[in-house]
Design a protein around this ligand. Structure first.
Ligand SMILES: Cc1cc2nc3c(=O)[nH]c(=O)nc-3n(C[C@H](O)[C@H](O)[C@H](O)COP(=O)(O)O)c2cc1C
Length: 205
């Protein structure tokens, strides 16, 4: 068996770290790209720590380090946009997450990012995204070394070909980007796929 294929491991116990070592971000997941603009300035950064919080009203949270330049712009503007980029733009996720406007970099110009204007609030919407949430800041919670910034989603921008008729992300046509940690990215969509519908699981007709 090639070394990158998994061995049966169900019988092995989970390894425990208590107190916890730093082991964050090594569960594969999506990375959001956050933009904000205020008083003629604008910026963009990556954020792997983000989550949907509420459907009604629609709320979305993102963890912003207080030292990020973006943090100050988001708080000043009281608005931000959160984007998901296809795999063809994975380098953009890496680039805007590895450079800071604190160093004087205009990341839009440097990394060839194009942006339109928000529909409801003043915020750059990246044209490279297949999905963007336009948000007005609803709350800011101090959480350890980050602030958990909660946005009320006031508009959603999406690329229709990136979704199927059930509004599921169509990773065959527009592969989403999955992040492993340690600068490794992968295109979503190559593996086996299964739908565990509640009807099938619970034996309903
Ligand atoms: C894949 C990835 C995920 C990241 N996730 C977060 C995050 O969730 N929160 C955060 O504050 N910074 C995160 N960062 C770091 C910021 O994107 C990075 O510090 C960036 O340079 C900040 O830019 P700015 O100072 O111009 O705002 C991440 C970086 C990468 C590459």
């Amino acid at each position: 068996m090639p070394s990158d294929q998994h061995e049966p491991s169900a019988a092995l116990p989970l390894q425990v770290s208590a107190p916890p070592e730093r082991f964050f971000g090594y569960y594969p997941g999506t990375v959001a790209v956050v933009t904000a603009a205020h008083a003629g300035d604008r910026n963009v950064m990556s954020a792997g720590w983000h989550a949907a919080l509420s459907a009604e009203p629609p709320l979305y949270g993102v963890a912003l380090g207080r030292e990020r330049y973006t943090h100050a712009v988001v708080l000043a503007a009281q608005a931000f946009a959160l984007h998901f980029l296809p795999f063809e733009h994975a380098h953009t996720i890496a680039a805007v997450g590895s450079s800071s406007r604190h160093d004087g970099i205009d990341k839009f110009a440097r990394f060839g990012l194009e942006a339109t204007s928000g529909a409801v609030v003043e915020v750059p919407i990246l044209t490279q995204a297949y999905l963007a949430y336009e948000c007005r800041v609803q709350a800011v919670h101090e959480t350890g070394d980050h602030d958990w910034v909660v946005g009320e989603v006031v508009a959603v921008h999406h690329r229709p070909e990136a979704f199927d008729e059930r509004r599921l992300q169509n990773s065959q046509r527009v592969p989403a980007t999955i992040y492993y940690g340690r600068s490794r990215y992968e295109a979503l969509g190559a593996g086996p796929r299964v739908d565990f519908t509640p009807e099938a699981l619970l034996g309903r007709p």
